[in-house]
Design a protein around this ligand. Sequence first.
Ligand SMILES: Cc1cc2nc3c(=O)[nH]c(=O)nc-3n(C[C@H](O)[C@H](O)[C@H](O)COP(=O)(O)O)c2cc1C
Ligand SMILES: [Fe+2]
Ligand SMILES: [Fe+2]
Length: 393
Amino acid sequence: MKRELLNRIYYVGVNDRQKTLFENMLPLPYGVSYNAYFIDDEKTVLVDTVEQPFAEQLLAHVQELLAGRELDYLIVNHMEPDHSSGIKTLQAIYPNMQIVANAKTIEMLGGYYGIREGFHVVKDGDSLNIGSRTLQFHFAPMVHWPEVMVTYSIEDKLLFSADAFGCFGTLDGAVLDTELNLDKYYTEMVRYYACIVGKYGAPVQTALKKLGGLEINMICSTHGPVWTEHIGEVVGIYDRLSKYETEPGVVIAYGSMYGHTEEMAEMVARGAASVTKNVVLHDVSRSDHSYILADIFRYKGFICGAPTYCGELYPNAATLLAKIKTRGVKNHEFGCFGSFTWANATAKPFEAFAEVMKWEITGYVEVKQSMTAEQAEALYELGRAVALKTLEK
Ligand SMILES: Cc1cc2nc3c(=O)[nH]c(=O)nc-3n(C[C@H](O)[C@H](O)[C@H](O)COP(=O)(O)O)c2cc1C
Ligand SMILES: [Fe+2]
Ligand SMILES: [Fe+2]
């Protein structure tokens, strides 16, 4: 879509409604947009590109806006291929464009695409005058790659923020937050953050503090809506998530083959629901793990249950725990429960997990074959105890 945002700054991104799994892992029920921006000043500037299969679409917009002029600069804020794989196509058409990049970006441009010249090298805090406006580059390492920088247009009070404040969901006919129903974008922002940025809470906090001094009226991220009136909300979401701040509530994720562990999960849920309405039950073999992770980033309580499987934890539950570990999720109230028929092997992996996560185990209940009335009571108590802890400050 080509669309003027303000003062001859144009949205020139694309909607991807074909990809089923982002990073070949995360479902895209609403698709995803790759956002790029064109600045028409004395110099002509493109900010980021799009994924390669969409490069032609991007080029068509850029060519139309250039109307025969040269493209002077391409600013590369982030090298993940969803934004950088279009660069080769662009460079073939505009061989004289200067690629505005930092040292880490340049190393990656060489490694990925064999691009070794034509750079305008920038350091943290550098600026570039392009005519009526000055662009300033602020490095934001590990949000969520090491080379990431954001570009601030001083005169427009506009931040090109790379993936920060981005979310899944195509832009259906409109681009600005004020023109879109934002419900799905907010929930998809939490899932995007939890799965992709989740591990890097500390770098996100550093970036937020660093950018805190800038007056920002518009945030142009590389995915999802352009933020104007709702900047406060999205910065708030990033601030909370990166501090691992959560709401009272409990996510119960269980695996079950024949229903015994599921029955246990139901008892845990009843206990938790006696304390709070925020109880979410996920079957680890049915719910896509990206949604479970998003809920874990939202709620303070997490209780996991699994059967013993070939002397180990039920694999789909083990996989979920590995994904939580990968994200380095902090500050959770944790409980667990396991089932078995001849030799229980659930206690140890749960303990090992809690240790790595530095989470205290509020309680653990194990059941051989089927649940007794006492065990049902203990599971109810486990749900209740974890839920109560999530209410504490
Ligand atoms: C493929 C398979 C492997 C299993 N491996 C073990 C095991 O190593 N040790 C054990 O005590 N029970 C094992 N079990 C039994 C289950 O852990 C036990 O039946 C549990 O209650 C199943 O819970 P569910 O009804 O929620 O699926 C295994 C069951 C299956 C189907
Ligand atoms: Fe990225
Ligand atoms: Fe991205």
